[in-house]
Design a protein around this ligand. Sequence first.
Ligand code: PEP
Ligand code: MN
Length: 337
Amino acid sequence: MVVVMEEMAKEDQIQHVISKLIDMSFDVHRSTGVNQTVLGAIGDKRGLDTGILELLPGVHKVVRITEAFKLASRTFHPQDTVIKIRNVTIGGDDLVMMAGPCSVEAQNQISEIAQMVRTAGATVLRGGAFKPRTSPYSFQGLGEDGLTYLREAANKHDMVCVSEVMESSQIPLLTEYVDVLQVGARNMQNFSLLRELGKIRKPVLLKRGMAATIEEMLMAAEYIMAGGNYDVILCERGIRTFENYTRNTLDISAIPVVKKLSHLPIIADPSHATGRRDKVPPMARAAIAAGADGLIVEVHQDPEKALSDGAQSLYPEQFEHLMGELRIIAKAVSKKW
Ligand code: PEP
Ligand code: MN
């Protein structure tokens, strides 16, 4: 349930409503906008007479939310969530470009790529140090060394960095090195991991599970937010369908659907969605045109030799060319970067 306060509601009126809700055993999350305060009341109280709350001084209206997610819902938080990490803004009118290799492979590899993608316009450096590989015999990532190289490269090129956390025990290590913790598609419904990420105060990049509905993705975000971490960035990275020409099927329509349902930023990953380098630029363009808040793209200086996901990694020149095209589309959809 959401309690929308009047524009002129006084602080003591807001506090009174909050204590009433707590007395009724609700968990209260407050959202203070420019003009109005909105209180999200979490708790299963189907039989409650909302009239009691509607009559409290300062209350504008009480809305029962039918969606299973509340904190992630736009009803609770009508304005876009905007996440700021140093000089990088994610959400709202800004576009964010995240780029880098699938895996951090060596110190000079990540540093070189960082320089290339930064020059082309990316501000967030990606690179996996713990890799969720289908085969246990494939390259599993460099672990902490990889995180060290990623951090060094990001600092050197004035970038923010993101890397995947595969299990709860890795959270302290990841938090030490990276600015954004990524939850991979295979872990989108790892609820104990999501709960632990709710306790930290760093943004989480939550990738859509390959067989997850939009509602399931928003519920996964809700797990993180219920712990008090509201900085969640959603990522449409393709879902598994009967089509097997591409690695997955990029669900472009998920972008406007999520935009309507939720205030959280949503970016797209055209690399894992298509699995093929030649299909990455058209899908990247389509995602921005559809209203995505940014992209995460795999780029490698020598994709044929990449230790993971070489076939979907762009050559640096391709990435640079794509960024030029996206600047034109960004203008057309009133986004800036
Ligand atoms: C990745 O970003 O490297 C990755 C493994 O992505 P996903 O979890 O979307 O497959
Ligand atoms: Mn990859």
